[in-house]
Design a protein around this ligand. Structure first.
Ligand code: NDP
Length: 476
């Protein structure tokens, strides 16, 4: 019997995705460069469903029903190209190659165009939820042709997470759309985590509270508007005690954040598209700053400023509530920016992404799953808002929290607590709502030194002032 789908690349992610497929009743051909992984999967989990283990790619391809569905789940970048190059000569017209790794969307666009020319479908599918998601139900963001989704979609929808009976999987759009959306998801994840970290920092120093106290506060927050996987696990991590020292776990972890690069991709891409994703950028840069111990050591010695905790908090409960509101408002800004980035890419590449559907498929399975996403889905249910911030629900929620947000950003500045996420989100909010921006002065300066011209508020046309001469205005 031929297998319905194949998975090549059986490290943690591929292994769990293959098991998920098998547990859902699909027969799965297995392949891995090193066949020991294939053997151990079958030895340990062979009873979970129908697996067809193979040793070579030729055997693997021969084990699949046609049109073939081949999932690649290997290291992103050159290894993915290596596997595709080896695989393609063995395939037939109409077969579907699905890359579930964390590919850059530009690579996915290139691979899709390349395989299309050879009569094959290439689907770049973002998969979120880590190891556990892959096994129990991830959020899946497939790109590629509509035609390939017709045969692949039902399988992916079955193995994806489900929320209220709706699968966390939808056809995102052509070629690289799926991997693009997965990238923005990861960027938003960076922003979410940074904002949570700032809330933690403010509370810890502002209240002089223990990690265990804060664990309880985050657990409480997880019952309200902020309810989400990341808030839930923040409570877990803060409540954890280091076995070796008996100290709070968070206090024994080196404070230098690492990154695998999807935050950076999101920011780089946003710069190219001209979309301000300040929340994601600040989060990415905050990790980079943390990872420069030599500068931090020098600055700790050299730079004066208020001692942390030196600004008293008179009403502790009110302060906690202010931080919660500031976190929520900043989070809305980060999501609004991420959604702007998806909208811009969708227009640029003609993807026609349904933004509301992206909120729907992020409700379960993935790292940023949150109650809040239902509201985003609603915001896009009718006309697309100019920004998520002006959608009525979010506009009102942020308006309600903005006094608290301003108090917290002011407190942070006075107390010397860095809150790049909270502060830049507030600056973005105020810039967006401003009657006039100082961009007018920037245009004036540009015209002065570079004759870059400007437009006027009162007349059509493009103008230049003769700054070096009699300062008369001429039409450019
Ligand atoms: P890794 O990224 O660690 O990759 C290991 C797998 O890649 C192994 O199967 C390995 O084969 C194979 N491989 C590496 N180089 C080659 C090559 N040149 N030719 C053929 N095969 C090669 O595995 P993960 O399971 O962690 O991740 C798989 C993909 O999923 C990655 O793209 C990752 O970014 C993405 N991803 C991972 C998540 C996670 O939480 N880990 C979450 C979401 C996506 P061998 O056994 O022979 O070495």
């Amino acid at each position: 019997d031929l297998a319905q789908i194949g998975v090549s690349g059986l490290a943690v992610m591929g292994r769990n995705l293959a098991r998920n497929l098998a547990r859902n009743g699909f027969s799965v051909a297995l392949h891995n460069r090193t066949s020991a992984r294939t053997k151990s999967l079958v030895a340990e989990h062979g009873d979970e469903g129908t697996f067809v283990p193979t040793e070579t790619l030729e055997e693997f391809v021969a084990a699949l029903e046609r049109p073939r569905r081949v999932v690649i789940m290997v290291k992103a970048g050159a290894p993915t190209d290596a596997v595709i190059d080896e695989l393609v000569p063995l395939l037939d017209e109409g077969d579907i190659v699905i890359d579930c790794g964390n590919a850059h969307y530009a690579d996915t666009r290139r691979r899709e165009a390349d395989l299309r020319e050879r009569g094959l479908h290439f689907v770049g599918a973002g998969v979120s939820g880590g190891e556990e998601g892959a096994l129990l139900g991830p959020s899946i963001m497939p790109g590629g042709s509509k035609e390939s989704y017709a045969t692949l979609g039902p399988m992916f929808e079955k193995i994806a997470a489900h929320v209220d009976g709706t699968p966390c999987c939808v056809h995102v759009g052509p070629d690289g759309a799926g991997h693009f959306v997965k990238m923005v998801h990861n960027g938003i994840e960076y922003a979410d985590m940074q904002l949570i970290a700032e809330a933690y920092d403010l509370l810890r120093d502002g209240l002089g509270a223990s990690a265990a106290d804060l664990s309880r506060i985050f657990a409480e927050w997880n019952t309200g508007d902020l309810a989400s996987f990341l808030i839930e696990i923040t409570a877990e991590v803060l409540g954890h005690t280091d076995a070796a020292t008996g100290q709070a776990f968070v206090d024994v972890v080196l404070d230098q954040a690492e990154q695998k690069g999807t935050g950076r991709w999101t920011v780089q891409t946003a710069l190219d598209l001209g979309v301000p994703v300040t929340g994601i950028a600040e989060a990415t840069f905050a990790r980079a700053l943390s990872a420069h111990p030599e500068q931090r050591d020098a600055a700790r010695e050299a730079l004066p400023g208020p001692a942390r905790g030196s600004v008293p908090v008179s009403d502790r409960d009110a302060f906690v509530d202010d931080v919660r509101k500031a976190l929520y408002a900043s989070k809305v800004v980060a999501y609004a920016q991420g959604y702007d980035q998806m909208a811009a890419a969708s227009a640029e590449y003609g993807w026609d992404i349904d933004l509301g559907a992206m909120a729907t498929i992020w409700r379960g399975g993935c790292i940023i799953r949150a109650r809040f996403l239902d509201r985003i889905k609603d915001a896009y249910a009718e006309e697309r808002p100019a920004s998520l911030l002006v959608a009525p629900y979010f506009r009102d929620a942020v308006a309600e929290g903005q006094e608290a947000w301003r108090r917290i950003v002011a407190h942070a500045a006075k107390a010397g607590i860095p809150t790049p996420g909270f502060s830049s989100a507030l600056a973005y909010y105020d810039a967006l709502r401003a009657d006039r921006l100082p961009a007018a002065l920037i245009q004036g300066l540009r015209d002065f030194f570079g004759a870059h011209t400007y437009k006027r508020v009162d007349r059509e046309g493009t103008f230049h002032t003769l700054w070096g001469g009699d300062r008369a205005e001429v039409e450019a």
